[in-house]
Structure formats: C-alpha cells, structure tokens
Design a protein around this ligand. Structure first.
Ligand code: GUN
Ligand code: FE
Length: 446
C-alpha cells in the first residue's frame, strides 16, 4: 500500500541541498515514488496511509562505512590502550573466544544501537568464524549492509587467532556466493582482509581477485592507523602501507580503507588517482590515541571520505551523531573554525557514505526513485536550538540518538517512537550480559 509521510521539513541532501517545507513524501514498495508540494496537492485525494509527523525533521538514514558488529559485546573492556596492545591483549583474545551465541548477541546489540541512532546502512568487518550469524542477524533486523568475514592468515600478536590462507579464501568465497545480493539485494558481500599485519600477500590479492565474480562487492580493510603499525608494515614490505597496497593492486574505487591517518604525499596522490575510499573514524582515532586524519586535505583533493564508528571497544558508542560532531570539532583547532562545516559533515554521514559503497543511486539522499531509508528527528526537545536557524548545525552539534524518533529501512519501520521494533531491550541486555560472562570464562590470554 502507498504511504505518505508529512514531516515538518525534508532535508533532502540532493545536489542543491534543498530543504523542503510543507511537502510530503510518497512511498510505495520501499521506494520514494513522489515528493508532493502540499500547496498544490490536496492530500484528501490520497488513497493510501497518511502519516502525520508535522513536528519532526526528515533526513536520509545514515551510512556508516566502518563498523565491527562482532566487537559490541566488548564495550568498555579494552580501555586506554594503543592499537597493537589493544588488539594483542584484548580484542584478538576476545574475538577468538566468540561462539555462535556470543556473536549473535554482539551483532544484535550493535544493530539495535545503530538503528536507534538512525544508521540504516553499514559496512561491517566481521570476525574469523561464524560470519553466517552476522548475515542472519542483519537480515532479521532488515538492516542494509555490506558485510564479510574478517580474514587473517598471519598473527604475530596473538598466534592462536589465525586461519590458513586456503581456509580463509574458501570460506570467504562460499560466504560471498551465499550472501552477496541476498535479502532482495539489501545485503552485499564486503571482502575483509583485516590489515596488512594479519594478511599474507596471497590473501590480500586473491580476495581482491574474487571480487570480479561478485559485481557490486566492496574490498574493506584497515590502513595507516597507527605509527607502530606502519613501522611494522615497513619492516615487512619495505614500503608505506598505502604504497604497498598500490604495489599489489589493492587500491581502487571499490576499496574502502578505514582510518588513513599516517599517510605521506605520495600516498595521498595514490588514493586520489585510484579513487580509493577513506572511512574516517574520529572517535576511534582519538580513543586509541592513533592521531587525526587530515580530512580537510583529502576533501580538497576530492578524495572520497565517509564516516564510521569502528567497534564499540574503541569508541565506546556506535552513534553517527558522535562521529559527525567529532569529525567537525577535531579539525577546527588545526584548520580554523570554518573547517568541516556542518553541511559538509552531514553529507559525509549520508550521501558520501552511499557513494563510497557505490549505492548513491539507491540511498544517501531523499529523492524520487531512491529507497525509503529514512529517519525522523525530534528537535522539539530541550537539547536542541530553540530557533531553527541552521538545521545542519542542530543535527551535527546538538542532536544525539535520543532525538531519533522513527527509522525506516526500505519502507519498513525498524524504530518507532524511539523504540526498536526488532528487539526487546531488556531481554537483549540480559542475554548479552549472560553470553559475555560465559565468553570471559573462555578467554585465553597470551
Ligand atoms: N586494525 C586491525 N584490526 C583492527 C580493529 O579491530 N580495530 C581497529 N580500530 N583497527 C584495527
Ligand atoms: Fe576497525
């Protein structure tokens, strides 16, 4: 049945960044079929469902281009550490201890938080084993996602957490065959070799080669996040991280690199010339003390930049509002107060995320023909400005997930009146805690 949504305003994020007031959105079969000017169109003639949200602001759903659903269970359990210690002492042992039940709860916790914060699409890096559970949870919760098992055939930091090259490639190929374009195309495969330090050259290049069998898939990895990491990469390959990726043909428009903080001028040129995508994760970069990526420079060079929360234990939340706020604020002391203005940052969180994943014709803005991935924000709350002067600044600097009232993905509600339609939160909390307690008993530290 056709629906019509009547909000206070529509923040379209179209080419001209139009903001429409006194307009309604018509939706049918999960697609935006019309945008009606209510001065001309008499809604009494409409023969479908009419949804009045005249006090709410309608925005496109957020797109997060780097998350780890498998890590949500470990929030708060890996504090005040730098990347390699954090991986070695905490994250690798924890991920290695996942079983089906704990991974399922971790995915549910993550999806619940992301959807309640207005994120409707994500690029996920899974863990080594049981990736089908993540796909199952994404499907059950009607999430739009590109996901894939994390691949690791080297691990000097924590040798127990490893797989053979062949097993990793075989499992990956089979998963891609099963899940790429599944759930009516809402789920796609993202090949996910974890980072150079955990991957042989064969793993990196063979997983890249697999992409030709899966049109629309993405190559997703970490790069140049931490100074000790890039020193270790240099020791291994005698090159900087991105120079190494270039030398083995990993860069390109279907490749998303998380972080890209410690990058030289030649590497910036490589990113630009190959049209490689950068996923910027400011909370994670600050919390792990990794550094501040030079995002204003990347944007000036027309390099694709989008945003992600990374994993819960390096953040410690999964809210695009936090990432937008920090993406703007951390640059201002360096580049001046006009750097990373709120409209620019809001575009990174929506349409630029869609573009990074080659989904810009389907999502990322509110336009006729696009999927109905929509978020309704309630700004009639005391934490948001009283006079509507700059709605983008309200979204970036004042709002948070508590202002998210309703969320729809491909025409289906997943959050209503601030409550998840997928999960009973009390039960989710109880079961997650139980699984975490069991997991902590299984963990073997080095
Ligand atoms: N590099 C390799 N693995 C990880 C991870 O799990 N998180 C972050 N932030 N960086 C990584
Ligand atoms: Fe990460």
């Amino acid at each position: 049945m056709k629906k019509i949504i009547i909000p206070k305003e529509i923040i379209t994020v179209n080419e001209n960044n139009e903001i429409l007031r006194n307009h309604a959105l018509e939706i049918e079969n999960g697609v935006i079929t019309n945008i009606l000017d209510l001065e001309e169109y008499n809604i009494e003639n409409f023969d479908g469902e009419i949804l009045n949200f005249r006090n709410l602001t309608l925005i496109p759903g957020f797109v997060q281009t780097h998350v780890h659903l498998c890590q949500t269970l470990f929030r708060g359990l890996a504090e005040d550490m730098e990347l390699l210690d954090w991986l070695q002492q905490k994250i690798f042992p924890y991920e290695n201890s996942h079983n089906l039940a704990s991974l399922k709860m971790s995915a549910q916790l993550g999806i619940n938080e992301l959807q309640k914060g207005g994120t409707t699409t994500l690029l996920d890096m899974g863990t080594i084993r049981h990736e089908e559970i993540i796909f199952e949870e994404l499907k059950k919760s009607n999430m739009r996602a590109i996901a894939g098992k994390c691949m690791m055939d080297i691990n000097e930091l924590y040798p127990a957490f490893i797989e053979s090259t062949k097993d990793s490639l075989d499992y990956t190929y089979n998963l891609a065959k099963e899940f790429h374009n599944s759930n009516n195309g809402m789920l796609k495969y993202g090949f996910a070799p974890r980072f150079v330090l955990s991957c042989s050259e064969e793993l990196l290049t063979e997983s890249k080669n697999m992409m030709k069998d899966f049109e629309g898939s993405i190559y997703h990895t970490h790069s140049s996040e931490n100074k000790s990491e890039i020193e270790a990469v240099k020791k291994m390959h005698n090159m900087e991280n991105i120079e190494y990726f270039n030398s083995i043909d990993i860069l390109g428009e279907h490749t998303v690199l998380a972080h890209c903080i410690h990058v030289n001028d030649n590497e910036i040129n490589l990113l630009k010339n190959t049209n490689t995508r950068i996923s910027h994760c400011p909370s994670s970069n600050l919390k792990l003390g990794s550094g501040i990526a030079n995002i204003p420079k990347y944007l000036k060079e027309n390099i694709s930049v989008s945003l992600g929360a990374d994993g819960a234990p390096c953040n410690n939340n999964l809210s695009q509002f936090t990432e937008m706020r920090l993406a703007s604020l951390i640059q201002k002391p360096i580049h001046g107060p006009t750097a990373m203005d709120s409209l620019t940052v809001f575009r990174l969180a929506t349409i630029e995320g869609a573009r990074a994943l080659h989904l810009e014709n389907e999502i990322g803005s509110i336009e006729i023909g696009k999927k109905a991935d929509l978020v309704l924000l309630n700004f009639e709350k005391p934490n948001v400005t009283l006079i509507d002067e700059n709605v983008y600044s309200s979204i970036i600097f004042s709002a948070n997930s508590d202002n998210v009232e309703n969320v729809m993905i491909e025409g289906k509600w997943v959050v209503k009146n601030g409550e998840s339609l997928n999960y009973d939160e009390d039960e989710l909390y109880r079961n997650s805690k139980l699984e975490l307690e069991k997991l902590l008993k299984r963990v073997k530290v080095n």
